[in-house]
Write a protein that binds this ligand. Structure first.
Ligand code: APR
Length: 265
């Protein structure tokens, strides 16, 4: 009787251990491949060719930038190769920059206006966190340094490098949505002010329209001091235009916009 009990308890314990081990392995393996799989699937969805070989090549160039590196020692140039094979090329009538207006900019984007986050790499990586670790060939999506913890972290460096490239290839008429409710709608320390404006290519970008966005017409107008600093940054030959719009004016216009892409400002 005692022997039978020992056998049953022993058997049950082993069965429980096996189940725990299997669940643990499934969780670990899924987590390990999740970031890579999602990256490649999203890349395939966003590329016209839909070639998985292309997206595997993009993934390799991406991970090469930060894998096996100290997550505070990944400079923007680490993504040079990635951006050379997957450049954020202009696709719609208007290239749309933004600063302090993330939400409204992305409500406007698509169709006629292209933000960085509408490009293939931008959309694949928007909202994601990633980093590597010295001595490991893995990609981690948690426990990574945050935006301000160290400047050369993999996420911040990617957005800096991609923003510089996105600005450098912007052509024709571009626009930037600036926050009219902020004390300094043009902030020279933000990505738009410190990277994008400095990378515009003269001869390629013909005009920049600043759209000062307010909730209800209360806030900064086109005479705002900070905008003078923006004008000073523009290279000769680039036309500067400024418009004041409320968020609801922009969103109503967007809703009724047809393929002619007459701008909403
Ligand atoms: N901590 C975390 N995230 C930050 C921080 C921070 N301190 N600063 C900026 N970010 C990230 C956030 O994801 C935020 O939504 O950058 C985003 C944009 O910040 P803003 O200050 O609103 O704008 P800006 O820095 O000018 O960057 C926007 O850069 O991504 C490109 O083309 C895009 O024109 C756009 C510009």
């Amino acid at each position: 009787m005692v022997k039978r009990c020992v056998l049953v308890v022993g058997g049950c314990t082993i069965a429980v251990l096996v189940v725990v081990l299997v669940v643990f392995l499934v969780v670990v393996l899924c987590k390990k491949n999740n970031f890579k799989d999602t990256f490649i699937q999203d890349c395939e969805r966003k590329t016209a060719e839909g070639h998985s070989t292309y997206c595997v090549k993009v993934w390799s160039a991406f991970e090469q930038a930060y894998v096996d590196h100290d997550p505070c020692q990944v400079p923007p140039q680490a993504y040079d190769h990635l951006l050379s094979i997957a450049p954020p090329l202009p696709k719609y009538n208007w290239t749309l920059f933004w600063s302090g207006t993330r939400e409204v900019a992305h409500q406007m984007s698509g169709g006629c206006y292209q933000t960085l986050e509408d490009t293939m790499l931008g959309s694949v990586l928007d909202g994601k966190t990633w980093c590597g670790k010295q001595g490991s060939n893995e990609t981690f999506d948690s426990g990574c340094p945050n935006w301000t913890q160290c400047v050369n972290n993999p996420v911040r460096s990617f957005w800096s490098r991609a923003s510089a490239e996105f600005a450098a290839v912007a052509c024709g008429d571009a626009a930037v949505l600036l926050n009219g409710s902020s004390d300094t709608p043009f902030d020279p320390h933000c990505t738009f002010g410190s990277i994008e404006v400095k990378n515009f290519t003269p001869g390629l970008m013909k005009s920049l329209t600043v759209v000062l966005v307010t909730k209800d017409n209360v806030g900064a107008n086109c005479t705002d001091e900070s905008l003078k600093n923006l004008q000073k940054e523009l290279k000769p030959g680039m036309k500067y235009i400024c418009k004041e719009k409320t968020e609801s004016e922009l969103l109503t216009c967007k809703k009724n916009q047809d393929q002619s892409c007459v701008p909403c400002w």
